[in-house]
Design a binder for this molecule. Sequence first.
Ligand code: PEP
Ligand code: MN
Length: 283
Amino acid sequence: MFVPLVSNSHPDAHRYKDQFWLQLKRKVKPAVIAGPCSVESEQQILQIAHEVKHAGATMLRGGAFKPRTSPYDFCGLGEDGFKFLKRASEETGLPVVSEVMSAAQVELALPYVDVLQIGTRNMHNYELLKEVGKTDKVVLLKRGMSATVGELLQAAEYILLEGNDRVVLCERGIRTYETGTRNTLDLSCVPALQSKCDFPIIVDPSHGTGRSELIRSMSRASIACGADGIMLETHCDPKNSVSDAAQAISPAQLRQIILDINAIAETLAARDTDDEKNLVEAR
Ligand code: PEP
Ligand code: MN
């Protein structure tokens, strides 16, 4: 029977990947990737990097090449953005996540970025998936806005087939008929994915809701349903964020959310341990 490489029933599925990839798997504390939608300037990314670190984030995000719906919107600082991210990473010790949209950008990103992000618009860009599959970087693969769970897993298969099995999956909301939120955050995909694969699952409530006032609740829910971590767009001056201002939260809000999700994760971990003990005793 054919078993895809992404499947948790593949004989190699549980092989040791590496320490950095494993950091994204939830032990007790969830991973928190935080930072602005776009890198706007060197000063901006350095300041927010220190702030998110202080709030308890474990990784820094920031777009250098931005996929914008309108070509007239700010499309990012390009390679300079990667350089500023690297500087912020060196100052804070936080690993850096940034999006790439083409093979040329993958090559540019390699010296600067720890995690290559494939955005929702490129989940079906198979040549790009093969390109990141040839690198030794962790790949954060976002779910296409109209992709099924099965299609997301098949996109991940493209990356694994090239030899890179350090994949992290990200639910960022899907398109539905709902207009009250930017997207519909499909949290049921978290346990659905976990039943099929062994990759860390990150939820992005920022793009999933598009509304900063909904992000705290949906972050709590993400961890409660079993996600390994969350990604949150965070800005020192949220209202004046150059992109995605409506969904940007402040470092103080990030801090509150991290306290919430750590408490939820600890409670659930303790309950899971109790369940296991009770099961053993009942046998
Ligand atoms: C992002 O995370 O910067 C982004 C553009 O997200 P998405 O691809 O999910 O829209
Ligand atoms: Mn954004």
